[in-house]
Design a protein around this ligand. Structure first.
Ligand code: SAM
Length: 163
């Protein structure tokens, strides 16, 4: 990884995705999170303080050492235990059916093999578990409901039990 991606991008991301507006959308995206969470692309941990009380633990997947370092203060301040468990959302070293909730905020767009990552999400979710994700862009094939904003339309939940 180059200097730009390893040192600058994680700091820029921490700032750019740490605004009050983004925080509000982020909080809405994870309001249904519960139980044992696996978070893909944990970054510097900006979602951690926003998890509801129903969340009992977070297993973080994050490849960037700088992001993990930036996240250390949030982890230290959190009441929820956080453990780093891997570097790649497309190749999780976790058993099947091990999470009640999988969370990804602004991360699916950065995972090179996103289809494999989604297969991993399905594999590690327990029956009835949910995948909560938040992305920057709108789907080219699914238009937002009339009257909604891009940010509300891009915050979504997916449950393998319902598919
Ligand atoms: C745009 S940042 C979002 C960070 C954080 N989730 C947030 O909401 O601010 C994308 C994150 O995904 C991480 N990432 C990149 N490739 C990944 C992969 N293959 N698996 C998991 N995370 C990855 C990056 O290191 C980065 O922290």
């Amino acid at each position: 990884m180059g200097l730009w991606s390893e040192h600058v991008v994680p700091r820029l991301t921490d700032l750019a995705l740490g605004t009050a507006d983004v925080r509000a959308v982020r909080a809405r995206a994870v309001e249904r999170a519960r139980g044992e969470v696996v978070e893909l692309g944990f970054g510097s941990g900006p979602t951690l303080p926003l998890y509801p009380a129903a969340v009992t633990s977070v297993r973080a997947v994050e490849p960037s050492a700088v992001a993990r370092r930036l996240g250390a203060r949030r982890i230290a301040a959190a009441s929820i235990p956080v453990q780093h468990v891997g570097l790649d959302g497309a190749d999780l070293d976790l058993p099947d059916a091990t999470a009640d909730t999988v969370v990804s905020t602004f991360t699916l767009c950065t995972i090179p093999d996103v289809e494999r990552a989604l297969r991993e999400v399905r594999r590690i979710l327990r029956p009835g578990g949910v995948f909560l994700f938040l992305e920057h862009g709108l789907s080219p094939t699914r238009r937002p409901p009339a009257g909604s904003t891009a940010s509300t339309a891009s915050s979504s939940a997916w449950s393998p039990a319902a598919t």
